[in-house]
Ligand binder design. Sequence first.
Ligand code: SIN
Length: 545
Amino acid sequence: MRRIRNELETDVLVVGSGIAGLSVALHAAQFARVLVVTKREGHESNTNYAQGGIAAALGEDDSLELHERDTLACGAGISDPEAVRVLVEEGPGEIARLLTLGVRFDRDPKLPGILALGREGGHSRRRIVHSKDRTGRAIESVLLKLAQRHPKISILENHIMVDLILDSKHVVGRKRPAARDRVWGAYVLDRATGKIRASAARATVLATGGAGKAYLYTTNPDIATGDGLAAAFRAGAPVANLEFVQFHPTCLFHPEAKSFLISEAVRGEGARLLTTDGRPFMHRYHRLGDLAPRDIVARAIDAEMKRRGDKFVLLDMARLKRRLLLKRFPHITTRVLAFGYDVFNDPIPVVPAAHYVCGGVVTDLDARTAIPGLYACGEVACTGVHGANRLASNSLLEALVFARRAGKAVLGELLSEARAPLPKLPVWRFNGAVAPKEQVIFDHNWDALRRVLWDYMGIVRTDERLRRAATMVGVLRDQIERDYWSYRLDSDLVELRNIGLVADLMVASARRRKESRGLHWNADHPRPLDRAFRKDTILTRQDVR
Ligand code: SIN
């Protein structure tokens, strides 16, 4: 007989504490109790590292139609037009809400009171609202403070989700199985003690961010291990478009810089890409030159590095006035100087790195997944906005817009079933698992996995490379699954299992798309094939182990 205990109970469980998680928590907390579970400290999220800003059609020369047009063009034919419309229409309202909450965005020095608007690749107008070059941090700190002070929000730090709790799998004592399966919260592991607690909730919102750590080189922080994506897939939710991994074109090339991002906004202000002999090259690849969409810039850099046998290209920021660099990009400027590059006088070496997963858990326009009780928003979700490529600075916007919609939908659900008691959940059974003899074997699998994706599923793919990636990821996953069921769980093993599944899903998606579109470039199929492939790549549990 399994022991039953709900150690944590709440109305709404939010997994993740970036802009999406905190926004949905603040919305839902108007009428419900919310528990935010986060695997490190509250502020540690992808959001916190976002430099660029939030795109919104606010300029005098701009319009919703232009923002919509740029987003759809970047999505290369498979964005959902309805989702894009929602995004651009609700964008300006979200900026206004952040201002009301106290987020300080930069103002135009020439037009008092008016927001300064930056420019980034793929945008036909200046429309990036920003807070110097640390926009994500400026938003995160305000939202986190509000959430910490909110009487209805509790934040549980240093806990990682192990798995979602499914009615069919975990709920005990039912006379008859429920007509339709649903999610009732999640099992969460306390990273300090190794204890796993059942967190029961009427609604569960995944806001776990991306999965950049599937790649050897990434702009993402260590937390980006695809936890929500993997858990949702295991629970039976379809995922879509995971072949579309965005590589940010410009990360500092330095052994200790850990792919430090150099915001695209610096090219928006006039910085230029050069080959190592000092020649500009982007004009040869796209009419927008250095401000072409990100997929084109990343591929052009990759091609130039391969053509010339170079390890990096150069980014000339010295073209910008010293005053501008210090005022608009203080964080980037200081970090680059600290790494020993004279950014005021010399071009700096840069390379692309994995940055953003455009696909994710399939949701509707209110962030509902296919499983009742489970929602997703932010990078973990596939709302349909990004299609085959994300327009720069549309991600924070998407997180805000769809988190608000999620909050509304969750409250609607709670009101419709407020009386239903939460089921009693069994305590987690460890199955007598033992501690591993050598922790280092997990590290080796982790490194191998990330190397495989970098080498075989990078900016340019081929059928053969993808075939090899599938074989190698398959072998590693078998090993990781065996470890998962044999050894005592800790957060490293949970993350490794998640990133293994996500890598498998990414490769499986890429192998299905035998064309080139947006971020998915397969040299064996270099053209888009609309008749066969102008659609999402959807994977369900039946498609992949
Ligand atoms: C950047 O600042 O270049 C990154 C912004 C984004 O990923 O949209």
